[in-house]
Ligand binder design. Sequence first.
Ligand code: GTP
Ligand code: MG
Length: 307
Amino acid sequence: MLDWLNTNKTTRSSLSEPIDRSAEIRVIGDRGSGKTAYMASLAYWPNANTSSPVQTVTPINDDANELVAKAQIILEQGLQLEPTDLNASVDDIKDYTLSIVLKGQFTWKTPKITLQPQLVKLNISCKDYAGEFFSDLLHKSGDSLLADYLEDCVRATGIMFLIDGTTHRKDSEYANGLDKFLMALDRTDISSNQRRVAFVMTKCEQSELWVNRHKPRELAQASRFPQTFRKLQGWEQTGGGQVDYFTTSAFGMLGSKYPEPNSTQLKRDRDGTTSVIKDPKRWRPFGLVAPIYWLCTGERHKELDKD
Ligand SMILES: Nc1nc2c(ncn2[C@@H]2O[C@H](COP(=O)(O)OP(=O)(O)OP(=O)(O)O)[C@@H](O)[C@H]2O)c(=O)[nH]1
Ligand SMILES: [Mg+2]
């Protein structure tokens, strides 16, 4: 039986078409929350783990290829990324198109029950905003560029809200910024059951976050961002859309028995943590694809959550 399964695996997977899921995503978050590092690490996908559910991450457009180069030239040399500039117009914002293929999972297909390793392909187009956009949300109103930015976000089906996990002192500011943002989302005609907001805490290789990385909802609700959590829950309960919670690190850990953060801290204050990668040769991010899978499908992927 096992032999039969193994020999049929390849033929069946090559016969069956991958399931295609797509999403148009906007990545928002405060200055320095790790948006560009997140995107660059995802596009580059360094030191892939053979046991990861992710088979490949492929940059599709020129912007995504430039991002891979940035990961190589800057992050992999142990250097710091420059802050992203606020663009003169929405059309100038980098739009990264990536294709992520997940390895086949065995699924039962009825009425004919067959075991089929089905590949899943996630096609995403993801815009990386400058964090200035988020602070403008808090402090400006009636600005036409901000209005254009908001309108562009509103067109997306998935919003990835990145928050530096070490900035819990800014919880109330985030909650206020979200207020305006969620109100803008509510004004649109995209049906609310299609709209998803992923709340993603970054820099979770930091030890106080790392220990709770498998309980992202509790981490946000109970210890880190209770006001922001309540705002998002309120929005979900009044039918705004779906919200879920994730932890990630663009840099990852070193070692497995006694893991330590693969980051060297340059600065840490109320505004968060700035760091560089400690050992670029062993650079392996975690938790990058789980929120994207959820944004594309509305379901959590158990294996990606463990990643
Ligand atoms: N420790 C740690 N630091 C990170 C991680 N991701 C990003 N950083 C650091 O956080 C700082 C800001 O990262 P960026 O990716 O430039 O942040 P951003 O959200 O794009 O910032 P803006 O473009 O200014 O809006 C840099 O010092 C990064 O090295 C991470 O996973 N762990
Ligand atoms: Mg940036």
